[in-house]
Design a protein around this ligand. Structure first.
Ligand SMILES: Cc1cc2nc3c(=O)[nH]c(=O)nc-3n(C[C@H](O)[C@H](O)[C@H](O)COP(=O)(O)O)c2cc1C
Ligand code: SF4
Ligand code: SF4
Ligand code: SF4
Ligand code: FES
Length: 592
């Protein structure tokens, strides 16, 4: 049967996919067509192109579909067998429209394992998940494997935690399994606090059963009968789909009592968090589930020994759990054959910034940054020059052009002064100021610091003050040395990962872009032309035709000149708003 799959992820809903779905249903019923199924899916990762409509089995990919396009798609494509060109994706690299999603380089060059169901099944129907092999892995472990065999299989696969640190998952399961206690818990960390990241949200919205199945398998392996998903309240659609999925799984007997007649019981509850970055830290998260203010506590004892309500608890990230059914179903060797020596499988990244194709991408570990940015991301927007990529969110670092061919895996990134983090990838071009970027991330962590320990609470504030001073043109010799000293002190003496990693964006930009800091301090210049206090707007005499347009928009009357004569800017009056430069049609105004 022909199918019209319409994305109903958060991104596409906000760009109007519910109206598109409604229109398809209305138009098809108006025409009395009953052999074409219309249904909603989760996110495809290419949200910027939404609303996305896929026609199966043709594999046709329509994007930015509007309600008015629907009758044409029905008449021309579904009834007439012809492609509707205007809603096809335009591939920037080759300047061509592409028909099938399998040919779009954004998809063709990915390896979508965890995301294989996202965008292709209806996440609100357990039947769809089951029809695609869902809950087979759970059946397999409950009917033919011992808990220790499951732990061993995960160990053998080489899976490492996708929540940031990359701790070996099998080993963590072993700790919880070995911990003494008749009551144990499994917790899924779906807090996803990194700015700009939405990997976990998409998995939960697009394939919630994969996470539930992974958690149930973990429960069996470690000896837990209860699970919690800690998900931020800002993810209402993910929460709704999880609630539906849990209810359906309980009705079908995949969750609850005596699953597959094995005697194994497992229930999952949802806990909505208030969206504080520090609540993603595992001990703060557990404290928050217990009903207290989410503040980290010292480790050891680790959650595996003393976790939720003092009981042994295994906590993993959403993507980590979603990998588990794939490993059990296909075997540890299959999984370990992908990736690098120390980092197996795939990783999902949220690719954003100055890149042509932005969105969620799933790639094998060990792929290079260049392949992600240029092959999948389609290169830099507007044909500008690549400058840096920020990886790992506020805990990560910025890598320069020389490292574009660095393999993306846990260990290489740490060596280069960055980290995998949960998967934020922000691409920057020559118009980005690296001091400003460091300031942005530090401001975020500084605001999100819970305040429990002094180095993080006070130290990040002092670092931020220095960065502000530098970007305002008031930097002094010695500032960089103070920044570095503070950074290492904060890293070494903070209680939790937030403080221990907060200085990373500053340290990595100092390592690779020190000359930019020096230009701000010694030459009082911002080479990228971003820091307003260091800019000077000038009118080039030979280009100015004296039209006066700039003077008319200047809010402070800083521009003067006779008609048809070159104009001038009074630097004393100029507030550096940039309006004149935008207005001048002759390219006569420059900043620097
Ligand atoms: C400040 C801070 C925020 C964190 N936020 C998250 C988060 O949003 N999601 C997540 O899975 N892990 C987050 N982590 C990491 C968790 O503490 C923990 O290591 C992870 O959930 C373990 O799962 P994994 O082994 O599957 O990666 C954060 C850590 C810190 C220090
Ligand atoms: S390092 Fe920062 S966020 Fe972590 S406990 Fe200390 S003050 Fe709180
Ligand atoms: S808008 Fe441009 S060309 Fe016109 S007066 Fe101003 S600087 Fe000169
Ligand atoms: S940058 Fe703004 S304030 Fe300065 S001269 Fe141009 S319009 Fe006037
Ligand atoms: S929400 Fe539709 S592609 Fe992401």
């Amino acid at each position: 049967m022909r199918k019209v799959l319409i994305c109903a992820g958060t991104g596409c809903i906000s760009s109007g996919s519910p109206k598109v779905t409604e229109k398809f249903r209305e138009e098809l019923s108006k025409r009395g067509i009953t052999d074409i199924e219309v249904y909603n899916t989760g996110c495809h990762g290419f949200c910027e192109q939404g609303p996305i409509v896929i026609i199966e089995p043709d594999k046709t990919f329509y994007c930015r579909v509007e309600v008015d396009d629907v009758p044409e798609i029905i008449e021309k494509h579904l009834l007439g067998g012809q492609i509707v060109e205007k809603v096809l994706f335009h591939e920037p690299q080759v300047d061509k429209k592409v028909e099938k999603y399998t040919d779009i380089s954004f998809y063709a060059k990915q390896k979508r394992l965890v995301l294989h169901n996202c965008g292709h099944i209806n996440p609100e129907r357990i039947e769809d998940y089951v029809a695609n092999g869902g809950y087979e892995a759970l059946r397999k472990v409950l009917t033919s494997m011992s808990p220790q065999e499951v732990v061993d299989e995960i160990k053998k696969s080489g899976l490492r935690g996708r929540g940031g640190g990359g701790f070996p998952t099998g080993l963590k399961w072993q700790f919880t399994r070995d911990a003494k206690g008749d009551k144990k818990y499994v917790v899924c960390n779906a807090d996803e606090g990194d700015p700009g990241a939405f990997m976990d949200r998409s998995v939960l919205e697009g394939d919630p059963h994969a996470v539930l199945e992974g958690m149930a398998i973990c429960g069996y392996a470690v000896g837990a009968d209860e699970g919690y998903i800690y998900v931020r309240a800002e993810y209402p659609l993910a929460i709704k789909r999880l609630q539906i999925a849990i209810k359906q799984a309980e009705e079908k007997g995949y969750l609850g009592e005596n699953i597959f007649g094995s005697g194994f019981n497992f229930r999952i509850k949802i806990k909505a968090g208030a969206g504080a970055f520090v609540c993603g830290e595992e001990t703060a998260l557990l404290t928050s589930i217990e009903g207290n203010r989410g503040m980290p506590r010292p480790r050891p004892p680790f959650p595996a020994v003393k976790g939720l309500w003092g009981k042994p608890t295994n906590i993993n990230n959403v993507e980590t759990f979603a990998n588990v059914p794939l490993i059990i179903k296909n075997g540890a060797d299959w999984y370990a054959s992908m990736g690098t020596e120390g980092s197996k499988g795939t990783k999902i990244f949220a690719l954003t910034g100055k890149v042509n194709n932005t969105g969620l991408v799933e790639v094998p570990m060990g792929i290079t940054m260049r392949q992600i940015i240029f092959d999948i991301g389609g290169g830099i927007k507007g044909g500008r020059k690549f400058k840096a990529v920020q990886i790992g969110g506020p805990s990560g670092g910025c890598l320069p052009e020389e490292l574009l061919d660095l393999p993306v895996d846990y260990d290489s990134l740490i060596k280069a002064g960055a980290m995998m983090g949960s998967g934020g990838l922000v691409v920057m071009d020559e118009t980005t100021c690296m001091v400003d970027v460091a300031k942005f991330f530090l401001r975020f962590t500084q605001k999100e610091s819970c305040g429990k320990c002094v180095p993080c609470r006070e130290g990040t504030k002092r670092m931020l003050e220095i960065l502000e001073k530098i970007t305002e043109g008031k930097g002094e010799p010695g500032d960089l040395e103070t920044l570095e000293k503070l950074a290492y002190n904060i890293k070494n003496s903070s209680l939790c990962g937030l403080g221990q990693t907060a200085p990373n964006p500053v340290l990595s930009t100092l390592r690779y872009f020190r000359h930019e800091y020096e230009a701000h301090i010694y030459d009082k210049k911002c080479p990228a032309g971003v820091c307003a206090a260091l800019l000077e707007y000038k009118i080039l005499e030979d280009k100015c035709v004296g039209c006066g347009a700039c003077a008319r928009v200047c809010p402070v009357g800083a521009i003067s000149g006779e008609r048809k004569q070159p104009h001038q800017i009074d630097p004393e009056k100029c507030i550096k708003c940039g309006s004149c430069m935008e207005k001048c049609k002759f390219g006569a105004i420059v900043k620097g």
